[in-house]
Ligand binder design. Sequence first.
Ligand code: N01
Length: 541
Amino acid sequence: MATSDTTRYDAIVIGAGFSGLYALHRLRELGLRTIVLEKAENVGGTWLFNRYPGARCDIESIEYSYSFSEEIQQEWVWTETMPRQPEIEAYLNFVADRLDLRRDIRFHTEVTAMTFDDVAAEWVVRTDTADTVVAPFVVAAAGILSVPKEPDIAGVESFAGRSLHTSRWPKEDVDLTGRRVGVIGTGSTGVQLIPVVARQAGQLTVFQRSPAYTLPWEVRPFDDGELDELKANYSEIRAAQRAHAVGAARLSAFSVMLEMMTKPPLKSASREEQQRAVEEGGVIGALSWGDVFFDIEANQMAAKLYGEAVARIVEDPETAAALTPTHPFGCKRPIIDQGYYETFNRDNVTLVDLRKDPIVEVSPVGIRTERGEHELDVIIYATGFDAMTGAMTRIAVTGRDGMSLADYWTTEGPYAYLGIAVAGFPNLFIVQAPGSPAPASNFVTALEQHVEWIGDCIAHLRANGYRTIEALPDAQREWTEHTTALVEPTVLVHPTCNSWYNGGNVPGKKRMYMGYTAGIPEYRRRCEEIAAAGYTGFKLA
Ligand code: N01
């Protein structure tokens, strides 16, 4: 294929979010002529699109940020312990400018198809702007939570009021003052959004299918001088973070869960001990038992205690009961909140328990459940994502011998070697593919390791005259067996658990836990060992 210099690169990066920006910087440092293709008008990825009210990260800002540049971590000023979406978006813009990344990013350019040319050993990448871009290597950084799950509810298009999706929230302010607002979805997004919307709306109706387990935690502005003090100790903070299983040694939704696992077992606790745990620790106390993640009976006992703790906060007993989950705690991503349960004590907030009163349809005037019509001015969908695989299966990726990535992941399963590469797709590196530590860890710590490993791998190939690298099917199978065995003894695989972790939130998606749970340090050790041994499990040609 004839291509001009302007379309031929050493590497193509898909996406200009957290992963793609660092990939561009790293590959440039290695001397590769690199282009980033980004569908949006700006950098930010998931943190650009998810600008709904209340959006914030549940990992501390000083850890949910790049560690690769001492200048950047010293120069950027975080204002709160856990950052809000606008601050993360501003941070990523700052990084893009500070590293002069924009000149190599093509905005408003969505990758639609890519095909591996076996003879030339390069990827031919097509976009919605009709461009064709060619490079030997593709680093796909298209996001693990970037494809919204469309609400599978009849009549969505018929609603005459305003429909909003949290992950496509408009840039301009949305004024909900005095409006009758309905929210569908009570995952991490809904739990953040609902207390904020309740303070604005005239009337808020929450349509809840699965109640959340959510742990209250204080988020606060930094005190005077506190951030400077932290920055003075940044090398220790980063070292502790890197050595930590979830890539965040300070407070995070994950560390709260890990702390719970260190507690004594619930099954041998007396009723008095159980009640004391609820009295003293509230919803966190109710779940803080060492056997809850591994023993479904203990988990079900903890769920009952959790219900008791919720009933201490929520005044209306029926609402409290409706807010009590029945799925196993721990099988979905942990959530921490600011005032979620208290929101249901407000006069302007109503909960509809869809387990008892399912949605029939969205109508022109609102949402109709089996028990009747709820008239609304605005419907907000917080219905989640086609996670981990969604972004790549929406691109027509064709590897060796016409193999389609979408077909493979859809019909066989979401398999990848090391959570980075897929057999049959040479020279394609997927940042945070299934089997990577990203789902159960600080995403930024995980992605830095990925990007650095990928950069080193490409440098190795170029230095040693290899044209291609490709995961071997046996290595991929063994990796999947390993990641699956790790979660086998936990509630993560319980059949009643439907979450984006295992694809159970998307009807028809192959079910498999898609993370790596032995921790980032162990994952890093394995990746380094594989690289040092000449990339075992890969074929280099
Ligand atoms: O998505 P979810 P999310 N009718 O899949 C419901 C990250 N994140 O956007 O469970 C009625 O968790 C669905 O109900 P059910 C974080 O990793 C991080 O909230 O399928 N309800 C569920 O309640 C998180 O895990 C942060 O029964 C329907 C909800 O929608 C991930 O993003 C903040 C429905 C979806 O919950 C995803 O979170 C926000 C239907 N037809 C997000 N379809 C922080 O860092 C779906 N639902 C803090």
